[in-house]
Ligand binder design. Structure first.
Ligand code: NAG
Length: 123
């Protein structure tokens, strides 16, 4: 009995994925939280594993190789990096932004994903 309970809970925690809802024209913050201090980390924010949404390189935010769909619409909070908070804000949401956003912290092989759904424009 104990064994069954254990395997179910492990399975559940692996498949668990957060979902956020946004409205067209509004903004959303995708969480990426690591509970240990990381110096000069490298992390990648990706959309559906394909598009480059944002990079953190050597501990600094960079939009240099960002996909043009996200030009001028993204922000990280560098003052929060020391707290292990690498969350990403995407502004002026479009219906086509719906999908899965993952942060990959390369140094520690950590990943955190959030599914986004976008509803019609805000009035
Ligand atoms: C991370 O930082 C953002 C921006 O300041 C904030 O909205 C968010 O609540 C923070 N997340 C955590 C887990 O502290």
């Amino acid at each position: 009995m104990n064994k069954i309970t254990y395997s179910i809970s492990v399975c559940f925690s692996v498949s668990l994925q957060k979902t956020v809802e946004g409205f067209g024209g509004s903004s959303v913050v995708f969480p990426c939280r690591y509970d240990k201090q990381l110096q000069d980390l490298t992390a990648h924010w990706r959309y559906n594993d394909i598009k480059n949404v944002y990079d953190i390189q050597a501990g600094r935010g960079s939009a240099r190789e960002q996909h043009q769909d996200y030009t001028g619409r993204t922000q990280v909070f560098s003052h929060e990096f020391v707290k292990g908070n690498f969350s990403l804000k995407v502004e002026n949401l479009r219906l086509t932004d719906a999908g899965t956003y993952c942060c990959y912290i390369i140094d520690v092989n950590y990943q955190e994903c959030t599914a986004l759904s976008v509803k019609g424009m805000m009035k």
